[in-house]
Ligand binder design. Structure first.
Ligand SMILES: O=C(CO)COP(=O)(O)O
Length: 137
């Protein structure tokens, strides 16, 4: 039986959403090998821009979405996180953002907090997924 698709969380703050959509469109093929979970607003934009992706939305970040994704990391249901953070704007849910990135560290998942790191991580996990598929064939 083939291994279940791994899950990537995609999250972007408002000023980084355009960058996230561009990133996801450029890598739509690679991302389609994974299940995507996304915070509400980010997920809506991605679903519209990238029809090839299976996106499971949670609540919007400020309304609990970051905490939902944090819980999924703690439960082992999210294996990678790509989070385009805005380091230059104050956030009402700053504590949730901190809690989420903290759990990414606690559970030691590959976690990209900017585009440069996201490019590197996506390349690595795509190669890993392809190797697993080949080994199972
Ligand atoms: O605020 C966020 C992450 O902290 C993102 O939430 P949205 O995708 O709902 O805007």
């Amino acid at each position: 039986m083939p291994a279940a698709k791994k899950t990537i969380a995609l999250i972007a703050h408002d000023k980084k959403k355009a960058e996230m959509v561009t990133f996801a469109k450029r890598h739509e093929g690679a991302l389609s090998a994974f299940t995507i979970v996304a915070t509400g607003t980010t997920g809506g934009l991605l679903a519209e821009a990238c029809p090839a992706l299976t996106i499971k939305p949670v609540k919007s970040g400020p309304l609990g979405g970051d905490q939902q994704i944090g819980a999924m990391i703690a439960e082992g249901r999210v294996q990678t996180m790509i989070f385009f953070m805005d380091p230059l704007s104050p956030m009402p849910h700053d504590v949730d953002v901190k809690a989420l990135t903290r759990l990414g560290s606690v559970y030691d998942i590959p976690m990209a907090l900017n585009k440069a790191t996201a490019e590197v991580i996506l390349k690595a996990i795509t190669a890993e997924a392809a190797a697993t598929e080949k080994a199972e064939a």
